[in-house]
Design a protein around this ligand. Structure first.
Ligand SMILES: *Cc1c(COP(=O)(O)O)cnc(C)c1O
Length: 400
């Protein structure tokens, strides 16, 4: 009995001790890592987007107790599939991981021996080719090649039909590349259907709009992925794989927590699973029209800030597929305004507060200089700061 008050006081004192310890702590300052205003967009190296507070609440909730991981995986997948209106869903450790485990599902299916053999496909009887349009090749197809498959490049529908054979495991489509390819999105799906080959659409950066979450599955794609930590504002280390029930089941078997699988390193724990689910809920619930209006307001604030400088051409545009949000582009000729984009970037970065604009730059030697300003990841009050700083930096430059 005498130990009871002791336990009681232990809990009390540890709770009291724990609170102030983290509350006042400025970790980034401690570590000398620079926080900045995100005037770029959802770039992974810039930590992409900020999670909804509700996502953090769900993650905190999940962090306090143990549950059977596969049961949670099942339940969260089921809830997400219902919310979005697709046949089946799973949370992955990002869209790139979804590309890998989705491909593994098409290559090895649910066959244990094959799952353990990936990426060594030779002599196993596993299908080993993925058909892709040449204009759709991109860095992320490495995530597909991880499974040991060979990419078969085609340009026309006729070439695609000729490329199909008994080794064809999957057909990969990079959604943002649609305008560049000869085979458009609907025809691509139809060809997959005709030849009974699973089709996979990488739409990682293609939210908003909300409707896109179900659009491509409804169109007929067997697998679709979205990044969790971009427009949806879920955990940056999470993503969605949506599609056919049998393929999602197979993708689960090719993924963590199964130790002898290609996806074992692509672990998702209970916090990210729950966080991703709540992010989908929040993303669907948000006031998209009000959000869009606010982005337009910010974009105008930014272009207005440099409008007096006639050497600068200002533009507000909306990319058609990926990052489909109001975005600012400022361009100028060096002859009229002798400063290079990288100098503007550096001054904004080195100022107080630090500001990051979109990465990628005009070469210093180029006559035409350009910077991109993304407004959708700015926090309240920051558009005003970015507008002021841009005006200051450009005004500090002498016009020729
Ligand atoms: C961002 C992106 C990915 C990777 O997404 P993660 O969630 O960071 O793994 C894959 N494909 C495309 C087209 C992307 O834009």
């Amino acid at each position: 009995m005498s130990s009871i008050p002791f336990i009681g006081s232990l809990f009390t004192s540890s709770a009291i001790a724990a609170a102030p310890k983290t509350a006042g702590r400025d970790y980034f300052k401690e570590l000398n890592v620079r926080p900045f205003i995100n005037a770029a967009g959802t770039y992974t190296t810039l930590t992409a987007s900020l999670m909804w507070p509700e996502v953090m609440e769900a993650m905190n909730y999940a962090s306090k107790t143990f549950v059977p991981l596969n049961d949670l995986h099942d339940a969260v997948g089921k809830r997400i599939a219902e919310l979005i209106g697709v046949e089946s869903a799973m949370v992955t450790s990002g869209a790139a991981a979804a590309l890998t485990v989705g491909t593994a599902a098409c290559v090895a299916g649910k066959k244990h021996e094959w799952i353990t053999r990936i990426p060594d496909l030779a002599g196993t009887g596993m299908k080993s080719e993925v058909i892709i349009q040449k204009s759709h090749r991109y860095g992320y197809d490495h995530a597909v090649r991880n499974c040991g498959v060979k990419m078969i490049e085609v340009e026309t529908a006729e070439e695609l039909e000729k490329a199909v054979n008994e080794k064809t495991a999957m057909m990969l489509f990079f959604n943002d590349a649609d305008p560049r390819g000869k085979i458009k999105v609907a025809e691509f799906v139809a060809l997959g259907r005709k030849h009974n080959i699973p089709t996979f659409n990488d739409a990682a950066a293609d939210t908003p709009p909300t409707e896109n979450l179900s659009k491509y599955n409804k169109m007929g794609f067997d697998l679709v992925t979205f990044s969790g930590g971009k427009g949806i504002r879920g955990p940056q280390s999470a993503g969605l794989l949506l599609g056919r029930k049998d393929l999602i089941e197979a993708a689960r078997m090719n993924c963590s927590p199964n130790s002898d699988s290609i996806g074992r390193g692509m672990k998702v724990n209970k916090e990210e699973m729950l966080g991703m689910m709540v992010a989908v809920e929040m993303f669907r619930k948000r006031d998209a029209a009000a959000e869009w209006k606010e982005w337009e307001r910010r974009a105008k604030l930014v272009t207005d800030s440099v409008a007096a400088n006639k050497a600068i051409k200002t533009e507000i545009y909306v990319p058609p597929i990926a990052n489909h949000v109001p975005t600012v582009r400022l361009t100028w000729d060096k002859a009229a305004l002798p400063i290079i984009a990288d100098d503007i970037r550096k001054q904004l970065r080195d100022g107080k507060p630090s500001i990051e604009i979109a990465p990628g730059s005009s070469p210093a030697k180029a006559e035409k200089q350009e910077i991109g300003v993304g407004v959708w990841q700015m926090q309240p009050g920051e558009a005003e700061i970015v507008a002021r700083r841009l005006r200051e930096v450009f005004n500090g430059t002498k016009t020729a």
